[in-house]
Design a protein around this ligand. Structure first.
Ligand SMILES: [Zn+2]
Ligand SMILES: [Zn+2]
Length: 366
């Protein structure tokens, strides 16, 4: 008994005074290159320590997003290097800074928004996604292609018990922004929604919209994708230039093609909104003002807020949202990116690091 108490005391004392001696394996990028050239380097770094508001998270799953691929291949300018990509992280808090409210063992999700100033007009009006000083996970600070990651605890979201690590990780980018886009349409139950393009994000939005009682029309060139949309519950399907059976109240475009925005605009009724859910667009072709007349509008969505993430995670459990994914060990991060680049991933690519023992020495640090 005494022996046991003494041992525990010593372990805690050692953990508090000695620097963490453990290492953490990460996949870092120093120099962008085509994914086929394996630009990510697997290295062991000293275990990072969370300060004040930060939390140290043991990564259970991290989705691989097209934005990660753009960063790795040099299509997105590096903000710092080496950098660890990955912004769809699900994991467990294994250490927390003194000012953090998170307790050890909490299951959390980390999204693209790593931080914002909290003082500007955007931040103060619930639009931290537009903050000029917003920081992004896996771009401005190290992300989740790692066994463990440090995040600002004020910007991580609780993950409900009812959803699995690997199931929820791919929702944390495309799913969250899809939810934001759906909210931006202003539609409610009974509304007629069009989805233009039918990839992973649109697949999630279809499930969200049906759950909210909307009628959904899916437009995509691919007949197999049209069939998949029907099987998931879309009321009607067609190609981009085919008119839906009835005019739409709103549409969301996912295809990174400007002409699709016009196709969607042509399909929406008076007063309807087209929300563009694409980071890049190859220019919107000139169109007749008659398409915009009668109070139709076009708007974009950019980044995400904490509210978006919290709401989506809650819906993921309640609906529940279904995702399809292909798992890769952390050491195969380059292969996951190469597969994504060559279109060989079925569903979403998810890195699953997993290593025993990270948690054993973890303790609340001050
Ligand atoms: Zn701000
Ligand atoms: Zn992303």
């Amino acid at each position: 008994m005494w022996h046991q108490v003494l041992s525990v005391g010593i372990v805690q004392a050692v953990a508090q005074i000695s620097p963490v001696t453990q290492s953490v394996r990460v996949a870092e990028l120093d120099e962008p290159a085509p994914a086929s050239q394996e630009p990510l380097r697997l290295v062991d770094r000293p275990m990072p320590e969370p300060t004040r508001d930060e939390v140290l998270i043991e990564v259970r799953a991290c989705g691989v997003c097209r934005t990660d691929l753009q960063l790795v291949e040099g299509d997105l300018e590096l903000h710092s290097h080496p950098i660890v990509p990955g912004h769809q992280i699900v994991g467990e808090v294994i250490a927390a800074g003194a000012a953090s409210d998170w307790s050890i063992g909490s299951r959390v999700g980390v999204t693209w928004l790593a931080g914002a100033c909290g003082r500007c007009a955007f931040c103060r009006s619930g639009r931290e996604n537009l903050c000029h000083d917003a920081r992004f996970t896996g771009w401005d600070r190290d992300g989740g292609f790692a066994e463990a990651v440090v995040a600002d605890g004020r910007f991580v979201a609780p993950v409900p018990d009812g959803v699995g690590d690997v199931d929820v990780a791919p929702l944390l980018c495309g799913g969250v922004i899809g939810h934001r886009a759906l909210r931006a349409t202003g539609l409610t139950a009974g509304g007629r929604l069009g989805l233009y393009g039918f990839g992973a994000s649109a697949t999630i939005v279809l499930q969200l919209a049906l759950h909210q009682g909307m009628d959904v029309h899916v437009a995509t060139r691919s007949t197999s994708e049209q069939e998949r949309a029907r099987a998931l519950g879309a009321q009607s399907v067609g190609t981009y230039d085919e008119s839906p059976p009835q005019p739409l109240d709103a549409a969301i475009t996912f295809a990174p093609v400007g002409s699709v925005v016009i196709d969607a605009l042509r399909a929406v009724d008076r007063g309807g909104t087209v929300v563009v859910n694409a980071i890049h667009l190859d220019g919107i072709p000139a169109f007749d003002y008659g398409l915009l007349w009668h109070e139709r509008s076009i708007k974009s969505v950019a980044n995400v807020t904490r509210r978006d993430a919290a709401e989506l995670l809650e819906l993921a459990e309640r609906i529940p949202l279904v995702t399809h994914h292909q798992q890769y060990p952390l050491d195969d991060a380059n292969r996951a990116l190469a597969d994504l680049s060559s279109g060989q991933v079925r569903g979403a690519a998810v890195l699953v690091p997993g290593r025993d023992g990270i948690r054993e020495n973890a303790t609340r640090r001050r």
